[in-house]
Design a protein around this ligand. Sequence first.
Ligand code: ATP
Ligand code: MG
Length: 133
Amino acid sequence: MGDEIRVPIDSDADIVIARQQGRALAERIGFSATDQTIIATAISEVARNIIKFAKRGEIILSTTMKNPERGVVVVARDQGPGIVDIQLALQDGYSTGNGLGMGLPGCKRLMDELEIKSSKGKGTIVTMKKWTT
Ligand SMILES: Nc1ncnc2c1ncn2[C@@H]1O[C@H](COP(=O)(O)OP(=O)(O)OP(=O)(O)O)[C@@H](O)[C@H]1O
Ligand SMILES: [Mg+2]
């Protein structure tokens, strides 16, 4: 517990690495195969947003405990343009990038907790958690 895995996100290949690392970490702390896929999918979405909107950033994966539950913590951070209206960005269908606008709201549904810290010009930090029970 406590160890961090840092994956620099610079290209599409890095999205795959972050996804695989997230899945492996989730498996190690006892998530079901289904939950591993859910966590990997959420990681893909935030990593894709880094590439799309900020060009580069990083994903930090770690584990945590809230007895008796174990959790996986995914932090996606970048120093890109930031998100002006976070509530809007979390709504289904809102996209400034010709996307479906389903990435962030999808992550919120897939994970147990999702928090966004961002302001215009200051980059974005998305923190997501999922618990084993
Ligand atoms: N890392 C980021 N930096 C800046 N803006 C972001 C970032 N991530 C998301 N956003 C903003 O939040 C909006 C919603 O993100 P979301 O992932 O839900 O949709 P999308 O990426 O536009 O489309 P989709 O994920 O469905 O392909 C984006 O269109 C963008 O305006
Ligand atoms: Mg997206």
